[in-house]
Design a protein around this ligand. Structure first.
Ligand code: FAD
Length: 542
Protein backbone atom coordinates (compact mmCIF):
# COMPACT_ATOMS: atom_id res chain seq x y z
CA UNK A 1 0.00 0.00 0.00
CA UNK A 2 1.38 3.43 -0.82
CA UNK A 3 2.00 5.54 2.22
CA UNK A 4 -0.06 8.61 1.44
CA UNK A 5 1.21 10.56 4.46
CA UNK A 6 4.86 10.51 3.48
CA UNK A 7 4.07 10.19 -0.16
CA UNK A 8 6.21 7.12 -0.77
CA UNK A 9 5.26 5.89 -4.21
CA UNK A 10 1.84 7.49 -3.86
CA UNK A 11 -0.22 9.02 -6.61
CA UNK A 12 -2.50 11.99 -7.06
CA UNK A 13 -4.02 14.05 -9.87
CA UNK A 14 -1.64 16.97 -9.59
CA UNK A 15 1.75 17.56 -8.03
CA UNK A 16 2.51 21.20 -7.26
CA UNK A 17 6.08 22.24 -6.57
CA UNK A 18 6.43 25.26 -4.27
CA UNK A 19 4.27 26.80 -1.53
CA UNK A 20 4.53 30.53 -2.17
CA UNK A 21 1.73 32.73 -3.53
CA UNK A 22 1.50 30.45 -6.60
CA UNK A 23 1.48 27.02 -4.98
CA UNK A 24 -0.95 27.98 -2.22
CA UNK A 25 -3.56 29.35 -4.58
CA UNK A 26 -3.07 26.49 -7.06
CA UNK A 27 -3.73 23.96 -4.30
CA UNK A 28 -6.81 25.84 -3.13
CA UNK A 29 -8.29 26.05 -6.64
CA UNK A 30 -7.64 22.41 -7.50
CA UNK A 31 -9.15 21.19 -4.27
CA UNK A 32 -12.25 23.25 -4.97
CA UNK A 33 -12.53 21.53 -8.35
CA UNK A 34 -12.27 18.08 -6.84
CA UNK A 35 -8.72 17.22 -7.95
CA UNK A 36 -6.37 15.54 -5.53
CA UNK A 37 -3.19 17.57 -5.23
CA UNK A 38 0.06 17.38 -3.28
CA UNK A 39 2.47 20.23 -2.74
CA UNK A 40 6.20 19.80 -2.17
CA UNK A 41 8.09 22.69 -0.62
CA UNK A 42 11.83 22.84 0.08
CA UNK A 43 11.42 25.25 3.01
CA UNK A 44 9.93 24.35 6.37
CA UNK A 45 7.06 26.79 5.98
CA UNK A 46 4.81 28.45 3.43
CA UNK A 47 5.49 31.86 1.88
CA UNK A 48 8.15 31.33 -0.80
CA UNK A 49 9.87 34.68 -1.39
CA UNK A 50 8.58 35.97 1.94
CA UNK A 51 9.78 32.86 3.76
CA UNK A 52 13.35 33.09 2.47
CA UNK A 53 14.02 36.84 2.10
CA UNK A 54 14.12 37.99 5.73
CA UNK A 55 16.88 40.54 5.31
CA UNK A 56 16.53 43.86 7.17
CA UNK A 57 14.21 46.22 5.30
CA UNK A 58 12.65 43.53 3.09
CA UNK A 59 9.23 44.69 1.96
CA UNK A 60 6.97 44.65 -1.05
CA UNK A 61 7.22 47.63 -3.38
CA UNK A 62 3.66 47.47 -4.64
CA UNK A 63 1.00 48.85 -2.32
CA UNK A 64 -0.10 46.14 0.09
CA UNK A 65 -3.78 45.97 -0.87
CA UNK A 66 -2.77 45.52 -4.53
CA UNK A 67 -0.15 42.89 -3.74
CA UNK A 68 -2.62 40.43 -2.25
CA UNK A 69 -4.98 37.72 -3.40
CA UNK A 70 -8.27 38.79 -4.93
CA UNK A 71 -9.88 35.35 -5.16
CA UNK A 72 -11.75 35.43 -1.83
CA UNK A 73 -13.96 38.28 -0.64
CA UNK A 74 -13.88 36.90 2.89
CA UNK A 75 -10.09 36.89 2.91
CA UNK A 76 -10.02 40.45 1.61
CA UNK A 77 -12.57 41.56 4.19
CA UNK A 78 -10.81 40.09 7.18
CA UNK A 79 -7.16 40.90 6.43
CA UNK A 80 -6.08 44.46 7.24
CA UNK A 81 -2.63 45.61 6.17
CA UNK A 82 -0.83 47.91 8.57
CA UNK A 83 1.63 49.60 6.21
CA UNK A 84 1.36 51.10 2.75
CA UNK A 85 4.08 48.67 1.66
CA UNK A 86 3.95 45.60 3.89
CA UNK A 87 7.22 44.38 5.36
CA UNK A 88 8.37 40.78 5.06
CA UNK A 89 7.05 39.63 8.49
CA UNK A 90 3.56 40.90 7.66
CA UNK A 91 3.61 39.28 4.20
CA UNK A 92 4.73 36.01 5.73
CA UNK A 93 1.99 36.27 8.37
CA UNK A 94 -0.53 36.87 5.57
CA UNK A 95 0.53 33.78 3.63
CA UNK A 96 0.46 31.71 6.83
CA UNK A 97 -3.03 33.02 7.48
CA UNK A 98 -4.07 31.99 3.96
CA UNK A 99 -2.63 28.50 4.50
CA UNK A 100 -4.54 28.14 7.78
CA UNK A 101 -7.76 29.78 6.65
CA UNK A 102 -8.10 27.45 3.68
CA UNK A 103 -6.70 24.46 5.55
CA UNK A 104 -3.93 24.01 2.99
CA UNK A 105 -1.16 22.54 5.13
CA UNK A 106 -2.53 19.01 5.19
CA UNK A 107 -1.57 18.63 1.51
CA UNK A 108 1.82 20.32 1.74
CA UNK A 109 4.95 18.34 2.46
CA UNK A 110 7.64 20.70 3.78
CA UNK A 111 11.41 20.28 3.81
CA UNK A 112 11.09 18.26 0.64
CA UNK A 113 12.87 19.29 -2.51
CA UNK A 114 11.74 17.97 -5.88
CA UNK A 115 14.85 16.81 -7.69
CA UNK A 116 13.39 15.25 -10.84
CA UNK A 117 10.18 14.94 -12.82
CA UNK A 118 9.92 12.42 -15.61
CA UNK A 119 7.06 11.97 -18.04
CA UNK A 120 6.00 8.38 -18.56
CA UNK A 121 4.50 8.38 -22.06
CA UNK A 122 2.89 4.97 -21.80
CA UNK A 123 1.07 5.83 -18.60
CA UNK A 124 0.71 9.53 -19.55
CA UNK A 125 1.81 10.49 -16.05
CA UNK A 126 4.57 12.43 -14.38
CA UNK A 127 6.82 10.66 -11.91
CA UNK A 128 7.99 13.29 -9.50
CA UNK A 129 11.06 12.44 -7.43
CA UNK A 130 12.01 14.14 -4.16
CA UNK A 131 15.21 14.38 -2.15
CA UNK A 132 13.58 12.13 0.45
CA UNK A 133 13.67 9.28 -1.99
CA UNK A 134 9.97 9.34 -2.79
CA UNK A 135 8.42 9.07 -6.22
CA UNK A 136 4.91 10.39 -6.69
CA UNK A 137 2.91 9.68 -9.81
CA UNK A 138 0.63 12.44 -11.04
CA UNK A 139 -1.23 13.14 -14.25
CA UNK A 140 -0.30 16.82 -14.07
CA UNK A 141 2.66 18.67 -12.65
CA UNK A 142 2.54 22.37 -11.85
CA UNK A 143 5.80 24.17 -11.28
CA UNK A 144 5.07 26.93 -8.75
CA UNK A 145 8.78 27.16 -8.12
CA UNK A 146 9.12 30.95 -8.32
CA UNK A 147 10.93 33.34 -10.63
CA UNK A 148 13.29 34.54 -7.91
CA UNK A 149 13.79 31.55 -5.66
CA UNK A 150 17.26 30.32 -6.61
CA UNK A 151 19.97 32.59 -5.30
CA UNK A 152 22.85 33.77 -7.44
CA UNK A 153 25.79 32.26 -5.60
CA UNK A 154 28.86 34.38 -4.94
CA UNK A 155 32.05 33.02 -6.38
CA UNK A 156 34.91 35.21 -5.19
CA UNK A 157 38.36 33.76 -4.61
CA UNK A 158 39.14 33.27 -0.93
CA UNK A 159 35.53 33.27 0.28
CA UNK A 160 36.03 30.24 2.50
CA UNK A 161 38.95 31.96 4.26
CA UNK A 162 36.79 34.80 5.63
CA UNK A 163 36.86 34.75 9.44
CA UNK A 164 33.68 36.82 9.83
CA UNK A 165 30.06 35.98 9.11
CA UNK A 166 28.64 35.79 5.56
CA UNK A 167 25.00 36.18 4.59
CA UNK A 168 22.98 36.07 1.38
CA UNK A 169 19.94 38.37 1.35
CA UNK A 170 17.90 35.64 -0.37
CA UNK A 171 18.57 33.11 2.40
CA UNK A 172 18.54 35.23 5.52
CA UNK A 173 18.80 33.53 8.96
CA UNK A 174 15.38 33.18 10.55
CA UNK A 175 16.66 34.38 13.90
CA UNK A 176 17.80 37.69 12.35
CA UNK A 177 21.28 39.20 12.53
CA UNK A 178 22.59 41.76 15.01
CA UNK A 179 25.09 44.04 13.28
CA UNK A 180 25.65 46.26 16.33
CA UNK A 181 29.27 47.38 16.44
CA UNK A 182 30.12 45.42 13.27
CA UNK A 183 31.96 46.51 10.15
CA UNK A 184 29.72 45.28 7.37
CA UNK A 185 30.39 44.96 3.65
CA UNK A 186 27.37 44.82 1.34
CA UNK A 187 28.14 43.48 -2.12
CA UNK A 188 25.58 44.51 -4.73
CA UNK A 189 23.23 47.45 -5.21
CA UNK A 190 20.07 45.83 -6.56
CA UNK A 191 16.68 45.89 -4.88
CA UNK A 192 17.61 43.78 -1.83
CA UNK A 193 20.72 45.89 -1.16
CA UNK A 194 18.80 49.11 -1.62
CA UNK A 195 16.19 47.99 0.90
CA UNK A 196 18.66 46.63 3.44
CA UNK A 197 21.51 49.18 3.41
CA UNK A 198 19.68 51.98 5.28
CA UNK A 199 18.52 49.52 7.97
CA UNK A 200 21.92 47.85 8.37
CA UNK A 201 23.62 51.27 8.45
CA UNK A 202 21.39 52.38 11.33
CA UNK A 203 22.78 49.51 13.41
CA UNK A 204 26.30 48.70 12.23
CA UNK A 205 29.54 50.46 13.16
CA UNK A 206 30.32 50.94 9.48
CA UNK A 207 28.93 49.81 6.13
CA UNK A 208 30.97 49.60 2.96
CA UNK A 209 28.73 49.33 -0.10
CA UNK A 210 30.50 47.62 -2.99
CA UNK A 211 28.79 48.85 -6.15
CA UNK A 212 29.43 47.58 -9.67
CA UNK A 213 26.40 49.11 -11.40
CA UNK A 214 24.17 51.75 -9.80
CA UNK A 215 20.41 51.21 -9.96
CA UNK A 216 17.61 53.68 -10.30
CA UNK A 217 15.60 53.90 -7.13
CA UNK A 218 12.49 55.92 -6.32
CA UNK A 219 11.12 56.68 -2.86
CA UNK A 220 8.38 54.48 -1.41
CA UNK A 221 7.09 57.09 1.06
CA UNK A 222 6.09 54.18 3.23
CA UNK A 223 4.09 54.62 6.41
CA UNK A 224 1.00 53.34 8.17
CA UNK A 225 -1.70 52.52 5.67
CA UNK A 226 -4.07 55.45 5.16
CA UNK A 227 -7.52 54.56 6.56
CA UNK A 228 -9.04 56.43 3.60
CA UNK A 229 -7.29 54.03 1.23
CA UNK A 230 -8.65 51.10 3.20
CA UNK A 231 -12.19 52.51 3.08
CA UNK A 232 -11.93 53.33 -0.62
CA UNK A 233 -10.72 49.81 -1.39
CA UNK A 234 -13.52 48.31 0.64
CA UNK A 235 -16.06 50.30 -1.36
CA UNK A 236 -14.52 49.89 -4.82
CA UNK A 237 -12.44 46.75 -4.56
CA UNK A 238 -14.07 44.74 -7.30
CA UNK A 239 -13.68 47.56 -9.79
CA UNK A 240 -10.02 48.18 -8.81
CA UNK A 241 -9.17 44.51 -9.06
CA UNK A 242 -10.68 44.30 -12.52
CA UNK A 243 -8.82 47.42 -13.64
CA UNK A 244 -5.55 45.93 -12.40
CA UNK A 245 -6.19 42.73 -14.34
CA UNK A 246 -6.74 44.73 -17.52
CA UNK A 247 -3.82 47.12 -16.99
CA UNK A 248 -0.24 47.03 -18.28
CA UNK A 249 1.65 46.00 -15.15
CA UNK A 250 -1.21 45.04 -12.85
CA UNK A 251 -0.33 47.96 -10.59
CA UNK A 252 -3.01 50.63 -10.28
CA UNK A 253 -0.84 52.85 -8.11
CA UNK A 254 1.52 53.17 -11.08
CA UNK A 255 -1.22 55.28 -12.67
CA UNK A 256 -0.10 54.47 -16.21
CA UNK A 257 -0.39 57.61 -18.33
CA UNK A 258 -1.47 57.69 -21.97
CA UNK A 259 0.61 60.80 -22.63
CA UNK A 260 4.00 61.03 -24.34
CA UNK A 261 6.81 62.67 -22.37
CA UNK A 262 7.62 64.58 -25.52
CA UNK A 263 4.21 66.08 -26.17
CA UNK A 264 4.25 68.27 -23.05
CA UNK A 265 6.35 71.32 -22.25
CA UNK A 266 9.49 70.95 -20.14
CA UNK A 267 7.71 72.71 -17.25
CA UNK A 268 4.68 70.44 -17.46
CA UNK A 269 6.92 67.36 -17.63
CA UNK A 270 8.80 68.49 -14.54
CA UNK A 271 5.51 69.10 -12.72
CA UNK A 272 4.29 65.61 -13.59
CA UNK A 273 7.54 63.96 -12.51
CA UNK A 274 7.52 65.93 -9.23
CA UNK A 275 3.97 64.84 -8.58
CA UNK A 276 4.84 61.19 -9.27
CA UNK A 277 7.99 61.33 -7.17
CA UNK A 278 5.91 62.76 -4.31
CA UNK A 279 3.34 59.99 -4.72
CA UNK A 280 6.11 57.38 -4.50
CA UNK A 281 6.69 53.84 -5.75
CA UNK A 282 6.07 52.80 -9.33
CA UNK A 283 4.14 56.02 -10.05
CA UNK A 284 7.39 57.34 -11.58
CA UNK A 285 7.51 54.47 -14.05
CA UNK A 286 3.97 55.18 -15.24
CA UNK A 287 4.49 58.94 -15.72
CA UNK A 288 4.48 58.77 -19.53
CA UNK A 289 3.52 56.12 -22.03
CA UNK A 290 6.80 56.17 -23.95
CA UNK A 291 9.38 55.98 -21.14
CA UNK A 292 10.08 52.31 -21.86
CA UNK A 293 10.11 52.62 -25.63
CA UNK A 294 11.47 55.99 -26.72
CA UNK A 295 15.09 56.88 -25.82
CA UNK A 296 14.36 60.60 -25.85
CA UNK A 297 11.35 60.23 -23.55
CA UNK A 298 13.33 57.88 -21.34
CA UNK A 299 16.17 60.38 -21.05
CA UNK A 300 13.81 62.95 -19.52
CA UNK A 301 12.92 60.52 -16.71
CA UNK A 302 16.57 59.55 -16.25
CA UNK A 303 17.60 63.21 -15.99
CA UNK A 304 14.86 63.92 -13.46
CA UNK A 305 15.91 61.04 -11.20
CA UNK A 306 19.60 61.95 -11.57
CA UNK A 307 18.80 65.45 -10.31
CA UNK A 308 16.86 63.98 -7.40
CA UNK A 309 19.89 61.86 -6.46
CA UNK A 310 22.11 64.96 -6.61
CA UNK A 311 19.67 66.69 -4.28
CA UNK A 312 19.54 63.79 -1.83
CA UNK A 313 23.25 62.97 -1.54
CA UNK A 314 25.48 65.59 0.11
CA UNK A 315 28.81 64.59 -1.43
CA UNK A 316 28.67 65.44 -5.17
CA UNK A 317 31.20 62.72 -6.02
CA UNK A 318 29.15 60.07 -4.24
CA UNK A 319 25.99 61.36 -5.89
CA UNK A 320 27.51 61.07 -9.37
CA UNK A 321 28.68 57.54 -8.58
CA UNK A 322 25.13 56.58 -7.58
CA UNK A 323 23.60 57.85 -10.84
CA UNK A 324 23.20 55.14 -13.48
CA UNK A 325 24.63 56.15 -16.83
CA UNK A 326 25.06 52.89 -18.73
CA UNK A 327 21.43 51.94 -19.40
CA UNK A 328 18.04 53.62 -19.83
CA UNK A 329 15.81 54.47 -16.86
CA UNK A 330 13.77 51.54 -15.48
CA UNK A 331 15.16 48.97 -17.92
CA UNK A 332 16.59 47.15 -14.91
CA UNK A 333 14.04 46.42 -12.17
CA UNK A 334 13.13 49.84 -10.78
CA UNK A 335 13.90 49.86 -7.07
CA UNK A 336 11.64 51.43 -4.47
CA UNK A 337 13.43 52.55 -1.33
CA UNK A 338 13.12 54.00 2.11
CA UNK A 339 16.07 56.29 2.76
CA UNK A 340 18.56 54.66 0.38
CA UNK A 341 20.26 57.75 -1.01
CA UNK A 342 20.17 59.56 2.35
CA UNK A 343 22.05 56.61 3.88
CA UNK A 344 25.13 57.78 1.97
CA UNK A 345 25.09 61.02 3.99
CA UNK A 346 25.86 59.04 7.15
CA UNK A 347 29.43 59.06 8.45
CA UNK A 348 29.34 55.29 8.74
CA UNK A 349 28.47 54.52 5.09
CA UNK A 350 31.10 54.42 2.34
CA UNK A 351 30.44 53.73 -1.33
CA UNK A 352 33.14 51.73 -3.10
CA UNK A 353 33.16 51.62 -6.89
CA UNK A 354 34.10 48.07 -7.83
CA UNK A 355 33.61 48.78 -11.53
CA UNK A 356 36.68 51.02 -11.39
CA UNK A 357 38.60 48.78 -8.98
CA UNK A 358 37.12 45.26 -9.11
CA UNK A 359 36.88 42.90 -6.17
CA UNK A 360 39.94 40.65 -6.29
CA UNK A 361 39.33 38.42 -3.32
CA UNK A 362 37.63 37.86 -0.04
CA UNK A 363 40.39 37.69 2.56
CA UNK A 364 40.43 36.28 6.12
CA UNK A 365 39.90 39.83 7.41
CA UNK A 366 37.62 41.29 4.78
CA UNK A 367 37.68 42.15 1.10
CA UNK A 368 40.38 43.25 -1.30
CA UNK A 369 39.75 45.29 -4.42
CA UNK A 370 42.29 46.25 -7.07
CA UNK A 371 42.84 49.40 -5.04
CA UNK A 372 42.49 48.69 -1.33
CA UNK A 373 41.86 46.25 1.52
CA UNK A 374 38.69 46.62 3.58
CA UNK A 375 38.50 45.18 7.09
CA UNK A 376 35.07 43.59 7.66
CA UNK A 377 33.33 41.59 10.39
CA UNK A 378 30.44 40.55 8.15
CA UNK A 379 29.72 40.33 4.44
CA UNK A 380 26.23 40.58 2.98
CA UNK A 381 25.92 39.16 -0.52
CA UNK A 382 23.01 41.05 -2.08
CA UNK A 383 23.62 39.64 -5.54
CA UNK A 384 20.17 38.47 -6.50
CA UNK A 385 18.88 35.39 -8.21
CA UNK A 386 19.18 33.05 -11.14
CA UNK A 387 15.90 34.52 -12.31
CA UNK A 388 13.01 32.83 -14.07
CA UNK A 389 14.76 29.67 -15.19
CA UNK A 390 16.93 28.90 -12.13
CA UNK A 391 14.38 26.86 -10.17
CA UNK A 392 13.19 24.94 -13.24
CA UNK A 393 16.74 24.20 -14.33
CA UNK A 394 17.56 22.88 -10.86
CA UNK A 395 15.06 20.04 -11.36
CA UNK A 396 15.89 17.24 -13.77
CA UNK A 397 12.72 17.56 -15.87
CA UNK A 398 12.32 15.03 -18.68
CA UNK A 399 9.48 15.14 -21.18
CA UNK A 400 8.69 13.04 -24.22
CA UNK A 401 11.50 10.74 -25.38
CA UNK A 402 13.41 11.56 -22.21
CA UNK A 403 14.30 15.02 -23.53
CA UNK A 404 15.51 17.25 -20.72
CA UNK A 405 14.20 20.75 -20.13
CA UNK A 406 17.75 21.94 -19.53
CA UNK A 407 18.69 20.72 -23.02
CA UNK A 408 15.54 22.14 -24.58
CA UNK A 409 16.37 25.52 -23.04
CA UNK A 410 20.12 25.46 -23.64
CA UNK A 411 19.82 28.51 -25.89
CA UNK A 412 17.32 30.21 -23.58
CA UNK A 413 13.81 29.38 -22.38
CA UNK A 414 11.14 28.55 -24.97
CA UNK A 415 7.51 28.30 -23.94
CA UNK A 416 4.04 28.76 -25.29
CA UNK A 417 2.47 31.66 -23.36
CA UNK A 418 4.89 31.04 -20.48
CA UNK A 419 2.49 28.29 -19.42
CA UNK A 420 3.70 25.15 -21.16
CA UNK A 421 6.69 23.80 -23.09
CA UNK A 422 6.46 21.76 -26.30
CA UNK A 423 7.53 18.18 -25.61
CA UNK A 424 6.47 18.37 -21.96
CA UNK A 425 2.79 17.38 -21.85
CA UNK A 426 0.75 18.18 -18.74
CA UNK A 427 3.55 20.24 -17.22
CA UNK A 428 2.57 23.80 -16.36
CA UNK A 429 4.76 26.68 -15.23
CA UNK A 430 3.24 29.48 -13.16
CA UNK A 431 4.64 32.85 -14.27
CA UNK A 432 7.03 31.01 -16.55
CA UNK A 433 9.38 32.76 -18.99
CA UNK A 434 7.40 34.23 -21.86
CA UNK A 435 4.67 35.55 -19.56
CA UNK A 436 4.50 39.04 -17.94
CA UNK A 437 5.67 37.61 -14.59
CA UNK A 438 8.41 39.80 -13.13
CA UNK A 439 7.38 42.83 -15.17
CA UNK A 440 4.06 42.86 -13.36
CA UNK A 441 2.37 42.77 -10.00
CA UNK A 442 3.17 39.12 -9.52
CA UNK A 443 0.06 38.33 -7.53
CA UNK A 444 -2.12 39.50 -10.41
CA UNK A 445 -0.13 37.35 -12.84
CA UNK A 446 -0.10 34.36 -10.50
CA UNK A 447 -3.87 34.43 -10.05
CA UNK A 448 -4.36 34.64 -13.81
CA UNK A 449 -2.11 31.64 -14.44
CA UNK A 450 -3.63 29.55 -11.67
CA UNK A 451 -7.14 30.30 -12.96
CA UNK A 452 -6.15 29.49 -16.54
CA UNK A 453 -4.54 26.19 -15.54
CA UNK A 454 -7.55 25.29 -13.38
CA UNK A 455 -9.97 26.02 -16.23
CA UNK A 456 -7.74 24.03 -18.57
CA UNK A 457 -7.80 20.94 -16.34
CA UNK A 458 -11.59 21.15 -16.16
CA UNK A 459 -11.78 21.52 -19.95
CA UNK A 460 -9.58 18.44 -20.39
CA UNK A 461 -11.81 16.44 -18.04
CA UNK A 462 -14.91 17.61 -19.93
CA UNK A 463 -13.38 16.45 -23.20
CA UNK A 464 -12.07 13.25 -21.62
CA UNK A 465 -8.64 14.31 -22.80
CA UNK A 466 -5.71 12.85 -20.94
CA UNK A 467 -3.05 15.27 -22.00
CA UNK A 468 -2.42 18.75 -23.28
CA UNK A 469 0.80 19.85 -24.92
CA UNK A 470 2.00 23.01 -26.66
CA UNK A 471 2.71 22.46 -30.34
CA UNK A 472 6.24 23.36 -31.50
CA UNK A 473 4.75 25.74 -34.09
CA UNK A 474 2.68 27.70 -31.57
CA UNK A 475 5.68 27.81 -29.24
CA UNK A 476 7.98 29.14 -31.98
CA UNK A 477 5.47 31.82 -32.94
CA UNK A 478 5.09 32.84 -29.30
CA UNK A 479 8.84 33.00 -28.70
CA UNK A 480 9.18 35.18 -31.82
CA UNK A 481 6.42 37.43 -30.56
CA UNK A 482 7.96 37.72 -27.07
CA UNK A 483 11.32 38.66 -28.61
CA UNK A 484 9.79 41.14 -31.06
CA UNK A 485 7.83 42.77 -28.23
CA UNK A 486 11.00 43.10 -26.12
CA UNK A 487 12.96 44.50 -29.06
CA UNK A 488 10.32 47.17 -29.51
CA UNK A 489 11.31 48.48 -26.05
CA UNK A 490 14.48 49.74 -24.43
CA UNK A 491 14.61 46.80 -21.99
CA UNK A 492 17.21 44.74 -23.90
CA UNK A 493 19.66 47.66 -23.65
CA UNK A 494 20.36 46.97 -19.97
CA UNK A 495 22.49 44.09 -18.73
CA UNK A 496 19.74 42.99 -16.38
CA UNK A 497 18.62 39.76 -14.77
CA UNK A 498 15.60 39.95 -17.09
CA UNK A 499 18.14 38.88 -19.73
CA UNK A 500 20.08 36.52 -17.50
CA UNK A 501 23.03 38.92 -17.68
CA UNK A 502 23.85 38.49 -13.97
CA UNK A 503 24.61 34.78 -14.32
CA UNK A 504 27.88 33.88 -16.09
CA UNK A 505 27.22 31.72 -19.15
CA UNK A 506 23.44 32.16 -19.13
CA UNK A 507 22.08 32.73 -22.66
CA UNK A 508 21.13 36.34 -23.26
CA UNK A 509 17.40 36.16 -23.88
CA UNK A 510 14.82 38.64 -22.64
CA UNK A 511 12.63 36.31 -20.59
CA UNK A 512 9.45 38.10 -19.45
CA UNK A 513 6.71 39.18 -21.87
CA UNK A 514 6.48 42.98 -22.14
CA UNK A 515 3.04 43.06 -23.78
CA UNK A 516 1.25 43.84 -20.50
CA UNK A 517 -0.96 41.77 -18.24
CA UNK A 518 -4.26 42.92 -19.76
CA UNK A 519 -3.28 42.14 -23.34
CA UNK A 520 -1.70 38.88 -22.28
CA UNK A 521 -4.73 37.80 -20.23
CA UNK A 522 -6.93 38.34 -23.27
CA UNK A 523 -4.56 36.32 -25.46
CA UNK A 524 -4.66 33.43 -23.00
CA UNK A 525 -8.46 33.62 -22.79
CA UNK A 526 -8.75 33.67 -26.60
CA UNK A 527 -6.54 30.61 -26.91
CA UNK A 528 -8.74 28.71 -24.46
CA UNK A 529 -11.92 29.91 -26.19
CA UNK A 530 -10.59 28.66 -29.52
CA UNK A 531 -10.48 25.15 -28.14
CA UNK A 532 -6.91 25.58 -26.88
CA UNK A 533 -5.47 26.83 -30.12
CA UNK A 534 -1.77 26.04 -30.38
CA UNK A 535 -2.08 23.10 -28.00
CA UNK A 536 -2.55 19.45 -28.86
CA UNK A 537 -5.06 17.57 -26.76
CA UNK A 538 -4.84 13.81 -26.65
CA UNK A 539 -7.34 11.29 -25.41
CA UNK A 540 -7.03 9.59 -22.05
CA UNK A 541 -5.78 6.53 -23.84
CA UNK A 542 -2.95 8.56 -25.36
C1 FAD B 1 13.13 40.27 -2.20
C2 FAD B 1 12.01 40.17 -3.17
C3 FAD B 1 11.07 41.18 -3.26
C4 FAD B 1 10.02 41.06 -4.15
N1 FAD B 1 9.12 42.08 -4.24
C5 FAD B 1 8.10 41.99 -5.11
C6 FAD B 1 7.17 43.04 -5.26
O1 FAD B 1 7.29 44.06 -4.61
N2 FAD B 1 6.16 42.88 -6.15
C7 FAD B 1 6.02 41.76 -6.89
O2 FAD B 1 5.08 41.67 -7.68
N3 FAD B 1 6.89 40.75 -6.77
C8 FAD B 1 7.92 40.84 -5.92
N4 FAD B 1 8.82 39.83 -5.83
C9 FAD B 1 8.63 38.63 -6.65
C10 FAD B 1 8.04 37.51 -5.80
O3 FAD B 1 8.87 36.40 -6.01
C11 FAD B 1 6.60 37.24 -6.22
O4 FAD B 1 5.83 38.40 -5.96
C12 FAD B 1 5.90 36.08 -5.52
O5 FAD B 1 6.17 36.03 -4.15
C13 FAD B 1 6.23 34.77 -6.19
O6 FAD B 1 5.47 33.74 -5.64
P1 FAD B 1 5.68 32.24 -6.17
O7 FAD B 1 4.86 31.39 -5.32
O8 FAD B 1 5.45 32.20 -7.64
O9 FAD B 1 7.23 31.97 -5.99
P2 FAD B 1 8.08 31.94 -4.65
O10 FAD B 1 7.50 32.84 -3.64
O11 FAD B 1 9.48 32.15 -5.05
O12 FAD B 1 7.88 30.46 -4.11
C14 FAD B 1 8.44 29.37 -4.77
C15 FAD B 1 8.67 28.29 -3.74
O13 FAD B 1 9.04 27.10 -4.45
C16 FAD B 1 9.98 26.42 -3.66
N5 FAD B 1 10.75 25.58 -4.57
C17 FAD B 1 11.47 25.94 -5.66
N6 FAD B 1 12.02 24.87 -6.23
C18 FAD B 1 11.64 23.80 -5.49
C19 FAD B 1 11.89 22.41 -5.59
N7 FAD B 1 12.64 21.89 -6.57
N8 FAD B 1 11.33 21.59 -4.67
C20 FAD B 1 10.55 22.08 -3.67
N9 FAD B 1 10.30 23.39 -3.53
C21 FAD B 1 10.84 24.24 -4.43
C22 FAD B 1 10.82 27.50 -3.02
O14 FAD B 1 11.43 27.04 -1.84
C23 FAD B 1 9.79 28.58 -2.77
O15 FAD B 1 9.31 28.50 -1.45
C24 FAD B 1 9.91 39.92 -4.97
C25 FAD B 1 10.87 38.93 -4.91
C26 FAD B 1 11.92 39.05 -4.02
C27 FAD B 1 12.94 37.97 -3.98
Amino acid sequence: MPDVKTGTNSSCDVVIVGAGFSGLYMLHRLRGLGFSARVFEAGDGVGGTWFWNRYPGARVDIESQEYSYSFSDELQDEWVWTERYAAQPELLAYLNHVADRFDLRRDIQFETRVTAARFDEAAMRWNVVTDRGETVSARFCVMATGCLSVTNEPNFPGMESFAGASYHTGRWPHAGVDFTGKRVGVIGTGSSAIQSIPVIAAQAAHVHVFQRTPNYSVPAHNGPIDPRVVADWKANRAEYRQKARESGAGILAAGASEQSALEVSAEERQRIYEQRWARGGFAMGGAFIDIAINPEANATAAAFVADKIRGLVDDPKVAEALIPTSYPFATKRLCVDTGYYAAFNRDNVTLVDVRAAPIEAITPTGLRTAEADYALDAIVYAIGFDAMTGALGAIDIRGRDGISLRAAWAEGPRTYLGLMVAGFPNLFTITGPGSPSVLSNMVVSIEQHVDWISDCLVALADRQAGAIEATPEAQSDWVDHVNAAADFTLFPQANSWYLGANIPGKPRVFMPYVGGVGVYRQLCADVAAKDYEGFRLTSAAG
